[in-house]
Design a protein around this ligand. Sequence first.
Ligand code: ADP
Length: 188
Amino acid sequence: MEVNIENKKLVLKVGDITEEETEAIVNAANPTLLGGGGVDGAIHKKGGSKILEECKKIRREQYPNGLPFGEAVITTAGNLKAKYVIHTVGPICVSGSLDEERKKLLSNAYKNSLLLADSYKIKTVAFPSISTGAYRCPLDSSSKVALKTVLDLLPKLIYVEKVVFVLFEESIYKVYKKNLEKLLTESK
Ligand code: ADP
């Protein structure tokens, strides 16, 4: 699914984000920035050791206690097709619910990733569905937060002209599609 928003593009697709050819791909990282499972593990595995080396440097020089929830940092993309990886950390929903505090952190993860991309003059950015895997936040409400944040911010950015949600399974894509259609109807 592809929609135009004031001369910008928002795309939803099923796929593997490590194969994406956008200039930047976003990693659903954890505060250690040292890799993990899910999309994080896949990015480090395919991207190679250069990404991890830069992450370690960021930890040493900028975030000795780890990257805070909702913040974002940028590294090379190593052997991946993308040029940059933006690492962000979404909230953890242990109890399974996305309360107001976690909604804000999730929105910040998308927002800070996009602002960082724009500051690097990046034109195209791909996101996974942050926090809805190992971090166990509910897909329906998390996808609404993700889409609303991107829809609100995209027209205000200078360089970023296309955002792609690369969703790992058809079932995840369907939830994003339903919620994007809803948000677009509501905004009319
Ligand atoms: P988090 O810890 O933020 O929940 P996960 O990586 O566990 O992050 O899951 C986030 C989402 O990324 C899930 O929907 C998962 O299915 C998806 N995912 C896992 N691997 C990939 C991949 N290679 N490309 C795109 N999405 C992926």
